[in-house]
Write a protein that binds this ligand. Structure first.
Ligand SMILES: Nc1nc2c(ncn2[C@@H]2O[C@H](COP(=O)(O)OP(=O)(O)OP(=O)(O)O)[C@@H](O)[C@H]2O)c(=O)[nH]1
Ligand SMILES: [Mg+2]
Length: 492
């Protein structure tokens, strides 16, 4: 396949207990033998302790090593693995020695690429290896492992097999049109094509989940100054990352942190408070925040729920309502009694008095009122879908669990049940190929409802099979021949 022998450090660089160096290719065993003479007597797949010596016979390390003979190795080639002491000095000495003895440095993903080229893994599995390595949550690793074990490849192979059988029947009818031979029938083929399309559609439904699982979900916190956006940001992250202060306009830059919820990675963004401002720096911060919100998966529109809101905020709120958003009424600790959302307002004078007295927000920072212009925060929530509004206190943590539940529900509620059952989540490349297969099958159906031309049907079936084959990276020609010969005694 590939004549080169490659070498690389397989563990992260830096100081560690043990580092793993991998060598793959025809020279793997000779290089190992050159470093440790006893390696000539090692049986494949047995681990040994050895003093490794360089080309000058100087000791490099007292290490463990194994030789795995082809084809029973990860790459399908001869592989030597060295478990050495995790010092970068030791690691470089061994790698340099391997290079001096004829190995070349491995490119990115080279071991997995070789595994694919040698038929040890298909493309879906090779991609799953990359997903597994980059997984940050249990759910991400479970899905990657499921793909690695062949769950998706098998589903696709099942669809391909059914289509190949039909293609064989159609092709035979073309090649032997003069002879009396079992051939295809339109109704039967139509039913099978419809079934294959349903299976493909089922797989394609996991595309959104796959994207969210791999790329993560972006949430932008937006809202007026001093609403407690940075406080909420810190509370959700569980650490003091953003500066919080009673001074309006504290946050200027866009801040981003990664958190995990329910097996998904979320990128949470804190932004500058929206306000009319003459300050150029603050204005830039505000427009940066707005831009971030434009392509966020979800916007948390935070307002101070303990004071009446002004017209500007109400306008922003209405704007935020037009996209995927949750309205967060913050500072619930300043509102007496059970928190009121979605129009359940408590307009008792005591409540109003308490609000004013209990408010820690200096009066000067409270939203400026114009007579007749006031919108109580709770009232602003009236008409908002109750699943999109929540009262919290970033200060006491009250309501945060409910907010997290809502975030999860709105961003991945649908996907998570799907992944939970199937544990299959397509990536963009896989989905694109399967969509092409669906389209080709759609064209088969069209042909079946009209001309029923065997040549066109055969062409489109082939296209569908090829598209499925592109997902796993398998060539279809040889398999197709097998299918034809196994079903019919052509030579008879
Ligand atoms: N009582 C109470 N005060 C809060 C709460 N959340 C934030 N605050 C206070 O409100 C003030 C503003 O909080 P920040 O988190 O800085 O608000 P912000 O929205 O990020 O403000 P800017 O960055 O200026 O736009 C600070 O004094 C906070 O301590 C809350 O839930 N309850
Ligand atoms: Mg802030």
């Amino acid at each position: 396949m590939n004549g080169d022998t490659v070498v690389a450090l397989s563990t992260p660089p830096g100081e560690s207990g043990i580092a793993v160096i991998r060598i793959s290719g025809p020279e793997a065993a000779p290089i190992m033998r050159a470093m440790a003479t006893a390696a000539g007597r090692w049986e494949s797949h047995t681990i040994h302790r050895a003093i490794l010596r360089n080309i000058e016979r100087e000791p490099m390390d007292d290490a463990l090593a194994v030789i795995m003979k082809a084809p029973d190795s990860y790459t399908g080639e001869d592989v030597a693995e060295i478990y050495c002491h995790g010092s970068m000095q030791v690691v470089s000495a061994i790698i340099e020695d391997a290079l001096a003895r004829g190995a070349v440095p491995a490119g990115p993903g080279e071991f997995t690429k070789r595994a694919y080229l040698n038929g040890r893994l298909d493309l879906v599995q090779a991609e799953a290896v990359a997903d597994l390595i980059s997984s940050e949550t249990r759910l991400q690793s479970i899905v990657a492992l499921e793909h690695l074990e062949g769950a998706l490849s098998e589903r696709i192979a099942g669809i391909e097999k059914i289509l190949m059988e039909q293609l064989a029947l159609v092709e035979v009818s073309i090649d032997f049109s003069e002879e009396k031979i079992e051939t295809w029938d339109g109704a039967g083929l139509g039913a099978i094509v419809a079934g294959a399309k349903r299976s493909l559609a089922g797989l394609l439904e996991s595309e959104v989940a796959g994207k969210k699982l791999r790329r993560g979900i972006r949430i932008t916190i937006l809202g007026p100054r001093n609403a407690g956006k940075s406080s909420l940001y810190n509370a959700l992250i569980g650490e003091e990352r953003a500066i919080v202060s009673p001074v309006p306009g504290t946050t200027r830059d866009l801040l981003r942190e990664r958190i995990h919820m329910g097996g998904f990675t979320y990128y949470l963004e804190d932004t500058a408070g929206i306000a009319e401002t003459g300050c150029e720096i603050e204005a830039r911060g505000i427009s940066m925040g707005r831009r971030a919100a434009e392509d966020a998966d979800l916007v948390l529109f935070v307002i101070d729920g303990s004071v009446e809101i002004d017209e500007g905020t109400a306008r922003e709120l209405a704007l935020a309502g037009g996209r995927e958003s949750i309205t967060v009424l913050n500072k619930a600790d300043l509102v007496p009694g059970p928190h009121r959302v979605a129009g359940e307002k408590d307009s008792s004078p005591e409540a109003a008095g308490h609000k004013a007295a209990g408010s820690k927000v200096p009066a000067s920072e409270a939203p400026r009122k114009a007579p007749g212009d006031n919108f109580p925060a709770a009232e602003a929530g009236a008409g908002i879908d109750p699943t999109r509004i929540v009262s919290v206190s970033a200060l006491t943590g009250e309501g945060l669990e409910e907010l997290k539940r809502m975030i999860f529900e709105r961003t991945v509620g649908r996907e998570v049940s799907r992944i939970g059952g199937e544990r299959i989540a397509l990536n963009a490349r896989q989905a694109a190929a399967l969509r092409e297969a669906m389209e080709a099958l759609g064209r088969v159906e069209k042909e079946l409802s009209g001309e029923k031309g065997a040549e066109i049907i055969s062409l489109e079936l082939r296209e569908a099979i090829d598209a499925c084959g592109r997902v796993t990276g398998r060539s279809t020609a040889a398999d197709l021949l097998d299918t034809i010969f196994s079903r019919f005694c052509i030579g008879k």
